[in-house]
Design a protein around this ligand. Structure first.
Ligand code: HQG
Length: 181
């Protein structure tokens, strides 16, 4: 009876962030897909099950429009989407979790958005540690967001609390002392 919510979530991430055509979907410029079309593409998933996936997703990756007619990913796209987020003043310090093998390139060229639309930063160490741990032993970088903002760098915060910016030059980066196992 219970569908695999994790599998549905992965499929949704793929369609809504990277490859809408794989689900036969067309996203509007802000990344919204019609819920009807998503349900048709998912096959045998009811609206209630979709709602369950959206509400229980561990990182609140998806959101529904207030009228429940449309769904989108809150961030993390590789396709061209205008999330239309206002710029926000960041906390003085933000964190980025990565791994040792990227450090040299990061300290030379700064944090880059790579395949995504923005560099993703976290307001807390715990989240950054989890993000880094996806790739191996996490290494945490401290971002001097206060100084970046003072120097004119623009920050946005997604509706699920991820801090986004274009790039973080090396001058604003330092390595946190290793605490994570
Ligand atoms: C690294 C997940 C070499 C960067 C997470 C990272 C997050 C560089 C990787 C969200 C570099 C990009 C984002 C440079 C950055 N040279 N490597 N100059 N600049 N890197 O996945 O921040 O599950 O695109 O350190 O929880 O790891 O998708 O970014 O290791 O919130 O919802 O290049 O993805 O959320 O990797 O993760 P990613 P990220 P979701």
């Amino acid at each position: 009876m219970k569908k695999d919510t994790k599998a549905i979530s992965k499929t949704l991430s793929y369609w809504l962030r990277h490859a809408p055509e794989a689900g036969g979907l067309v996203l509007d410029p802000a990344g919204w897909a019609p819920v009807d079309a998503v349900l048709t593409a998912l096959k045998r998933v009811s609206f209630d099950e979709l709602l369950h996936v959206v509400e229980n997703n561990d990182k609140q990756r998806f959101e529904l429009s207030p009228d429940l007619d449309r769904i989108r990913a809150r961030q993390g796209h590789s396709i061209e989407i205008d999330l239309d987020l206002p710029s926000s003043t960041p906390p003085a310090t933000l964190y980025h979790g990565t791994v040792d093998r990227f450090l040299q390139a990061i300290f030379e060229g700064g944090l880059k958005k790579m395949a995504r639309h923005h560099v993703h930063l976290s307001a807390n160490l715990e989240t950054a540690t989890k993000v880094g741990a996806r790739r191996g032993k996490p290494v945490i970088l401290i971002v001097d967001a206060a100084r970046m903002a003072a120097d004119g760098h623009v920050f946005m915060v997604s509706s699920n609390g991820v801090w986004l910016t274009e790039a973080v030059p090396p001058a604003y980066l330092s390595r946190a002392e290793a605490t994570a196992a």
